[in-house]
Design a protein around this ligand. Structure first.
Ligand code: SF4
Length: 298
């Protein structure tokens, strides 16, 4: 009958960024069977020689038959709660070739999308896996340019995207353009209804007063288009600049710095709304007055 050989080995746990923490592993016939804290160093250790609860799971973790020891590839492109990702084991060569191929193709199209966000994201481990474990891989990814790197979770520093909870609608130029178009359509609607079709259109297409009249008509058309552009950019520029200011102050002086500027931006918003409506009124009243020396003014 063979006698089992038991020994205690002093080593350390480095499962997470909070380590390394010294511990003792009981090994029986070359198989780790038990983890213990190393109380012998309690005077020298900030945690009194104790390892945390995660370290006690190292035995199960090491010998788990489902432990992953190589790269996996997803074979089912469909994503969802009930979808089986269909992971299959692949060789390191295949994994590295696949990654290199994808990186090269993204690099050739540009590393960021049209909103400026990186198209490549890499996430490393969980529970604050020490970045040392990654070797030079993060440095290689960083050398590519703008890449979203997430190191661990919880204890680690996680890169993230800033997604504002509420965003002013007028910081989107499509919104201000739509408002400008609606305002100018209404201005001309009022012009047509008050002056009648021939009189209002005659301001823009004018053959009666010779080449000068015709040229003035062209200038009128350009000026109407310029009104749409100026409406769009005035509102967009003011509100967008305000949002940038709030964001900058939020970073410089979190929570407190933003408060006075919130009031200021509210005031700017009210003023811009007033300017927009007053200009629409002025343009509408101009559109309801016919041109021409002898015409009646309404
Ligand atoms: S898992 Fe626990 S014992 Fe291991 S390094 Fe992290 S904190 Fe220390």
């Amino acid at each position: 009958m063979s006698v089992s050989k038991k020994e205690k080995i002093k080593t350390f746990c480095y499962q997470c960024v909070a380590g390394p923490d010294l511990m003792e592993v009981e090994v029986e016939n070359g198989v780790a069977t038990r983890i213990e804290s190393l109380y012998g160093i309690q005077d020298a250790h900030p945690g009194g020689g104790r390892v945390c609860v995660k370290a006690f799971g190292l035995v199960q973790k090491t010998y788990n038959p489902d432990r992953l020891k190589g790269p996996l590839k997803r074979t089912n492109p469909k994503k969802g709660k009930d979808e089986d990702p269909g992971f299959v084991e692949i060789s390191w060569d295949e994994a590295l070739d696949t990654i290199a191929e994808k990186i090269k193709s993204i690099q050739s199209e540009g590393l960021v999308d049209k909103s400026g966000y990186p198209k490549i994201a890499a996430s490393f481990g969980g529970g604050g896996t020490p970045t040392q474990y990654m070797g030079t891989f993060p440095a290689l990814l960083s050398a590519l340019g703008k890449v979203d790197l997430g190191f661990g979770a919880g204890q680690g520093k996680k890169a993230g995207h800033l997604v504002p909870f509420l965003r002013s609608a007028n910081t989107d130029i499509n919104m201000t353009l739509a408002m400008a178009i609606i305002a100018m359509v209404m201005v001309h609607f009022w012009g047509f209804s008050i002056l009648g079709f021939p009189s209002h259109i005659g301001k823009f297409i004018n053959f009666k007063e010779g080449p000068i009249g015709f040229f003035v008509g062209i200038l009128e058309i350009i000026s109407e288009l310029a009104k749409v552009v100026s409406f769009t950019f005035r509102l967009f520029g003011n509100i967008f600049a305000g949002e940038v200011l709030l964001m900058a102050m939020g970073f410089l002086l979190p929570l407190i710095g933003i408060i006075p500027f919130l009031g200021l931006e509210l005031f700017v918003g009210v003023i811009q709304a007033f300017i927009f409506s007053m200009l629409t009124l002025v343009f509408a009243s101009m559109a309801s007055v016919s041109h021409g020396s002898g015409d009646d003014h309404h």
